[in-house]
Design a protein around this ligand. Structure first.
Ligand SMILES: CC(C)(COP(=O)(O)OP(=O)(O)OC[C@H]1O[C@@H](n2cnc3c(N)ncnc32)[C@H](O)[C@@H]1OP(=O)(O)O)[C@@H](O)C(=O)NCCC(=O)NCCS
Length: 187
């Protein structure tokens, strides 16, 4: 996320082992029965709720700062959505940016630990892709940590492919992967 590196203050201090553990623990959370969710636009009105949720999704210092969210949610090129419960609580979000080269850039996606493995991230990603399409974006890119297997599987299931390794991409020395998807190809 080269552009974001300029504006974000995310601290990639979480160890790779801790990242794997957090992904694995999501699978042990019991799933409430009968929950329904809606996808809605994510705007600056949800700044604090989104910032708090991000801190639950990206643990141990990985979370974006409030200022970074403020930037992302007020940028005219922002294409962002949230998933809410029937009670209106935000339990997931995705933030995309239309870059100057007209590629879509998924800067972050997160789902509350207790709501994972219900296709919410998949729905959010489909929605942000649709938002990109409406802005004439034809190629989407994102970066993911090499050890974030859960996120990679999510992106692969949606048709993203790894095109580049990004050695020591993250500020704590962790490696990254660049993944892309052409929006001409529908899944
Ligand atoms: C990655 C993340 C967004 C996935 O959210 P989610 O709502 O649980 O994902 P979905 O239910 O839509 O999963 C869709 C598919 O992705 C894959 N997937 C998602 N989580 C997975 C996991 N923990 N392990 C393996 N595969 C996983 C599976 O193929 C899954 O389909 P299935 O449940 O039918 O097997 C969520 O785990 C999260 O918020 N993690 C912390 C933040 C993060 O790492 N964000 C990505 C940064 S690049």
């Amino acid at each position: 996320m080269a552009v974001l590196k300029k504006i974000r203050s995310r601290l990639w201090s979480q160890s790779d082992e801790a990242a794997e553990l957090s992904a694995a623990s999501a699978e042990r959370v019991p799933r409430p029965v009968g929950s329904r969710y809606d996808i809605r636009p994510l705007t600056i009105s949800q700044l604090d709720e989104c910032w708090r949720l991000d801190q639950r999704c990206f643990i141990d210092g990985e979370a974006y700062s409030r200022e970074t969210f403020e930037y992302l949610l007020t940028a005219p090129e922002s294409v962002s959505y949230r998933v809410v419960t029937q009670g209106g609580a935000m339990v997931g979000f995705v933030i995309g940016l239309v870059e100057p080269d007209h590629t879509g850039h998924v800067t972050t996606v997160g789902v509350a630990p207790e709501h994972r493995r219900r296709n919410l991230a998949k729905r959010l990603m489909s929605q942000v892709e649709e938002g990109f399409r409406r802005r004439n974006v034809r190629l989407v890119r994102l970066e993911v940590r090499s050890l974030n297997v859960a996120a990679q599987k999510l992106y692969q299931s949606l048709g993203y492919t790894i095109t580049q390794k990004l050695p020591k991409y993250y500020s704590n020395g962790g490696d990254g992967l660049l993944m892309v998807k052409s929006l001409y190809v529908k899944n």
